[in-house]
Design a protein around this ligand. Sequence first.
Ligand SMILES: Nc1ncnc2c1ncn2[C@@H]1O[C@H](COP(=O)(O)OP(=O)(O)OP(=O)(O)O)[C@@H](O)[C@H]1O
Ligand SMILES: [Mg+2]
Length: 219
Amino acid sequence: MHIITLTTQKGGAGKTTLATALAIAAQEAGETVAMFDLDPQRSLLAWSEARQGDTPHVEVFPADRIAQLPDMVRSLAGKFSVVILDTAGADNTATHKAMEAATLCLVPLRPTRLDVNAVKPTVQAILRGGTPFAFILNQCPPQPNNTRAAEVATGLGAIGHLAEPLIIQRADYQDAYAVGQGVTEYAPSGKAADEARRLWGWIARQSKAPSNRNERHAA
Ligand SMILES: Nc1ncnc2c1ncn2[C@@H]1O[C@H](COP(=O)(O)OP(=O)(O)OP(=O)(O)O)[C@@H](O)[C@H]1O
Ligand SMILES: [Mg+2]
């Protein structure tokens, strides 16, 4: 079972947006997906309430059971093949337990100095726990000749793995969220849908790649 935790203390980096895009891309690839909202903002729950249909399973994780989160999530292995945990942009117990439970932590960030600086405490917390992780560069400039994302990608490569592909700033991500869909449902032949499918493919391959360990460390 894949247990994927979207995490970064930086607010607005794209945790919830990418969680929803990935959940639907995974489901379309044949996975059975459960999602847990660990953020008091309840953005994931709001997405599921806007959604037509019963899958993926979306639930607010009970606040009084946070200490048992890793065991409870792992116990779902017979029922779901993918569990996605959407955390708050905060350094709290729920976030730490979600990192501990994960088979892979995903750390979204925008290609800006502010986001790169802000990601360091999150990376250090993941490294302390030892869960494999990867960055996702999100909301990259759409202009093909803009080198900003590529420059940040090179810098991040010295700290940890960078998921592929880079995710571009596209209205499809915002519009799909608003109607409770994944981008692959909202505009199946769109560029955002293609990114989401490729990103899920990259993530699915990681569990099979023995070299994906946290061998590179945050400064
Ligand atoms: N690739 C993208 N293209 C366009 N807009 C995006 C993209 N990713 C995220 N956004 C927008 O950026 C904003 C923040 O995204 P989101 O809420 O997913 O971030 P978050 O990390 O979950 O935030 P929080 O820390 O508050 O939970 C939202 O308005 C969302 O629609
Ligand atoms: Mg969120």
